[in-house]
Design a protein around this ligand. Structure first.
Ligand SMILES: *[C@@H]1O[C@H](CO)[C@@H](O)[C@H](O)[C@H]1NC(C)=O
Ligand SMILES: *[C@@H]1O[C@H](CO)[C@@H](O)[C@H](O)[C@H]1NC(C)=O
Ligand SMILES: *[C@@H]1O[C@H](CO)[C@@H](O)[C@H](O)[C@H]1NC(C)=O
Ligand SMILES: *[C@@H]1O[C@H](CO)[C@@H](O)[C@H](O)[C@H]1NC(C)=O
Length: 434
């Protein structure tokens, strides 16, 4: 090939330019690397939804790890670790013309088999926090298989793991527990030999240490892991009435839009004779009530429920759509089950489980100026009628009772820093404390 001198010159120039360009790119790359090294960027917090990050940024310390969060001790939070979206639902959040309702569930692994019935019946998304005792990562395998291999669970359930750091572990990713979780989270087990009955039985058989279950931390993590603006917290063993989310949608939309002002919706909770079949409609439900096979939850040894049951039943039976009835929060024993916006305060994590855990939130909502509205037509049912508490429950209760002598004053202190002292005048007197 023949090149003129002029062309050769041109080639030389082009070559020089190319070299210069490559050198510039390399230098720029090094500078960016160096800057990143000196000023590390905040890692995007993948687990938390934007809504939640907004409210709780001050209390959540974000580790340099995706999905891993270390919540530290603060006025209303208690130290623990969370791995958000250990197992992530595959259904995307496509903003439909309504805001989906996130069912926020929580439990230890040996109750995880209950998640299947929720996945079958819940209309929107489920955010499920599982309390895990390291270092036994293998216990998570059946959970992993259940999530990967059961379409319903895989579609709508996101699972978050919550645990306490071990003695001598400074950080949440110290020790083998985190490595194991992280590895499992990226595993893709084969579903060829998956047998649902067997997997559920394996989960049920898992033995977890008897001990303190930090119920309010678990409720909060289920909420923090949720990705929509409406949250409803539930116990894993209870069952929600048929078509629950669709039946309350017109009201939750208004709640989201702020039409009710600062408000929470409450729904009723019942317990049912284990021999009875779950009622699929309100007529059957009311018949079971008449036969005393369904009772308000723990009516027999507590008075923690909202009055007006007769009117509630009548409205539920005769009206086409669910209706709201405002009720007064006038007794600190009240512990209604709530449907809340994402920006409603979180549960007080220093509470002891079994004692005032839910009441503390209701009381705080009162101090914060929220109004309460009972919603008709929907409910949830706890399986089995509790005639008496068990031996273990009673001993746990008495421990919790003695602990609350320290906890309630701590809680009141927290409230007084956050809300005006005057706000307590609007709220019932908490005997011995306020
Ligand atoms: C988060 O907070 C910012 C500033 O307060 C606000 O502009 C934004 O709308 C909030 N985002 C959400 C999702 O609530
Ligand atoms: C699944 O496991 C159960 C109990 O181990 C067994 O009875 C059943 O036959 C198995 N089902 C299939 C399809 O293999
Ligand atoms: C679970 O425990 C029961 C009773 O001990 C036993 O019959 C069953 O085979 C166990 N299931 C699995 C999957 O190990
Ligand atoms: C419940 O247990 C307590 C304490 O053991 C006992 O005194 C009481 O009679 C029991 N009540 C019922 C309804 O069984």
């Amino acid at each position: 090939m023949y090149f003129s001198k002029r062309q050769k010159n041109l080639h030389a120039w082009a070559l020089k330019l190319l070299l210069l360009f490559i050198t510039a790119v390399v230098i720029l790359y090094c500078i960016v690397g160096l800057v990143n090294l000196i000023f590390p960027r905040k890692v995007k917090n993948y687990g938390l939804s934007d809504y939640v990050t907004n409210i709780s940024l001050s209390i959540v310390h974000i580790e340099n790890r995706q999905n891993l969060v270390h919540v530290r001790d603060d006025v209303n939070t208690a130290d623990h670790c969370v791995y958000y979206n250990f197992l992530k639902r595959i259904k995307e959040y496509v903003a439909p013309d309504y805001e989906p309702i996130s069912l926020a569930l929580h439990s230890t692994i040996n109750s995880a088999h209950h998640i299947v019935k929720h996945a079958q019946s819940w209309n929107d998304f489920i955010s499920y926090a599982v309390f895990f005792f390291p270092p036994d990562g293998d216990l998570l395998l059946p959970l992993l298989r259940l999530h990967r291999c059961n379409m319903l669970v895989n579609d709508i359930v996101s699972i978050h793991l919550v645990w306490h750091r071990g003695f001598l572990q400074k950080e949440c990713d110290d020790g083998s527990a985190f490595e194991k979780i992280d590895m499992l989270a990226h595993q893709d087990p084969s579903c060829e030999t998956f047998n649902l009955t067997e997997t559920l039985s394996t989960l049920r058989n898992v033995t977890t240490p008897v001990g303190h279950y930090p119920i309010n931390i678990m409720r909060n993590e289920a909420r923090r892991g949720a990705t929509s603006k409406v949250h409803i917290i539930g116990d894993i063993e209870t069952q929600y009435s048929y078509n629950f989310a669709n039946n309350v949608r017109h009201s939750t939309q208004k709640l989201v839009n702020g039409n009710y002002g600062k408000a929470v919706l409450a729904y009723r909770r019942f317990e049912m004779d284990e021999m009875a079949a779950f009622p699929m409609d309100l007529k059957v439900f009311s018949e079971l009530m008449d036969e005393k096979k369904i009772l308000p939850y723990r009516q027999r040894f507590a008075s923690h429920f909202v009055p007006g049951l007769k009117e509630w039943m009548a409205t539920s039976l005769t009206r086409e759509k669910a209706e709201l009835t405002p009720f007064k929060y006038n007794d600190y024993h009240l512990e209604p089950q709530l449907i809340m916006r994402h920006d409603v305060p979180f549960h007080f994590e220093h509470a002891s489980s079994n004692h005032f855990d839910q009441q503390l939130l209701c009381y705080e909502l009162c101090r914060a100026g929220y109004t309460f509205h009972m919603i008709t037509h929907v409910f949830n049912i706890h399986p089995g009628i509790n005639v008496n508490s068990t031996e273990t429950e009673r001993s746990l209760n008495s421990i919790a009772n003695s602990q609350s002598k320290q906890i309630i004053p701590k809680f009141m202190n927290y409230l007084n820093t956050r809300y005006s002292k005057d706000s307590s005048k609007q709220c019932p007197k908490w005997e011995d404390y306020v």
